[in-house]
Design a protein around this ligand. Structure first.
Ligand SMILES: Cc1ncc(COP(=O)(O)O)c(C=O)c1O
Length: 389
């Protein structure tokens, strides 16, 4: 049996997959087991910010894998120390305490627990359209009824209000509210960009009520939107930040970063992870974060995002909406079936794209993608949209 048959037989039926088996990647290109080459505008869903197998990550992992793969948080390890420092230095001053985990949903779990412990309050305000993960705490913050309802009862006291609407938050917030959790740009909801000033107003409202602001940068972080963190566009300082996806350059790792005063609510035993902060993953974090900063990839994302929007403006008459911030772009097609058809058609055209929120073609390519590659892929996309319209 080939990989597809084996996965269909032995893996739980949790994913709808394209009929493609990827075996190799380099930069913004991947190859399948039949020798087909693709320009990758999915990047493992916003994970491969440095492209596939970036030499800095490969070297760091190779060196670490021969030295120490895993120990335990019973002991100190050097890559964790370096990764903690590099993140604290990359984050705005005051966001200087990290906790390492292994995924986005876990980074949100840590944020939820920390907010409850610090505030001694129980309620959370999250947003319609928001996606924060699939474990029970993060799922409680996630909005989509299809994701939530089969698993209820979830963690109580999560209220969802319309995204971008500060007065709705004002109505919901009270003395029992521990935190507001928000994506600076909603990813899974179809790349939804809130009105200018939304995060700033949320920050002010949280301050008035002694409520923490948790910013979920799992998808938008690591330079994707044109700043290392998307919240930096608004110059706000969150109390807690969730980061994962691109953090390890493809290696599974996540982190929760908090203001020191907030982080001090945790004592030994309050939270933990066997694998979190593992030397191998942290060696990848150091290499990935250093590369994003040294190669100024946020600026590259900004520039290439503008190029992408210029090309995609050609598709405005055959799409409902084209929107983006940096290299986080959504093309709303207006019809679920058509969006799926275009994504499949793009495979034949040698480009990977995926569909989120039913009818939005999401483009989250590696930040290192060549401008010629990006242009080639997007010209194909415009053409496929036109052909499908
Ligand atoms: C904003 C956001 N938060 C959390 C998650 C969950 O991350 P993971 O799938 O690594 O658990 C995602 C995943 O798409 C996300 O986009």
């Amino acid at each position: 049996m080939d990989a597809r048959e084996l996965i269909d037989k032995y893996h739980m039926n949790t994913y709808s997959r394209f009929p493609v088996t990827l075996i190799r990647g380099e930069g913004a290109r991947v190859w399948d087991d039949e020798g087909n080459e693709y320009i990758d505008l999915v990047a493992g869903i916003a994970v491969n910010v440095l492209g596939h197998c970036h030499p800095a990550v490969v070297e760091a992992v190779k060196e670490q894998v021969e030295r120490l793969i895993h120990c335990s948080n019973l002991y100190y390890n050097e890559p964790q120390a370096k990764a903690a420092r590099i993140l604290a230095e990359a984050a705005p001053k005051d966001l200087n305490k990290v906790f390492f985990c292994n995924s986005g949903t876990e980074s949100v779990e840590c944020a939820i627990k920390l907010a409850r412990k610090f505030t001694r309050r129980t309620k959370f305000i999250a947003f319609e359209g928001g996606f924060h993960g699939r474990t029970m705490g993060a799922l409680s913050a996630t909005w989509k009824p299809e994701f939530r309802e089969p698993f209820e009862p979830l963690v109580p006291e999560f209220e969802h209000v319309p995204y971008g609407n500060v007065s709705a938050v004002e109505k919901a917030i009270d003395d029992d509210t521990a935190a507001v959790i928000v994506e600076p740009v909603q990813g899974e909801a179809g790349v939804r960009i809130p009105p200018e000033g939304f995060l700033r107003e949320l920050r002010e409202l949280c301050d008035e009520h002694g409520v923490l602001l948790i910013v979920d940068e799992v998808q938008s972080g690591m330079g994707r939107t044109g700043k290392f963190f998307a919240f930096e566009h608004e110059g706000v300082l969150p109390d807690i930040v969730c980061l994962a996806k691109g953090l390890g350059g493809g290696v599974p790792v996540g982190t929760t970063i908090a203001r020191e005063e907030v982080a001090e609510a945790f004592e030994p035993g309050d939270h933990g992870s066997t694998f979190g902060g593992n030397p191998l993953a942290c060696a990848a974090v150091c290499a990935a974060v250093r590369t994003v900063l040294e190669e100024n990839l946020p600026e590259a994302a900004e520039r290439k995002g503008k190029l992408a929007m210029r090309i995609l403006s050609e598709a405005e008459d055959v799409a409902e909406d084209v929107r983006g911030r940096g290299l986080m772009i959504g093309v709303e097609v207006g019809d679920d079936e058509r969006a799926e058809d275009v994504a499949r058609e793009m495979l034949d055209r040698g480009v990977l794209v995926n569909v989120t929120s039913g009818d939005v073609i999401r483009l989250v390519p590696p930040l290192v993608i060549g401008e010629d590659e990006l242009e080639k892929a997007l010209v194909e996309l415009v053409d496929a949209l036109r052909a499908s319209g």
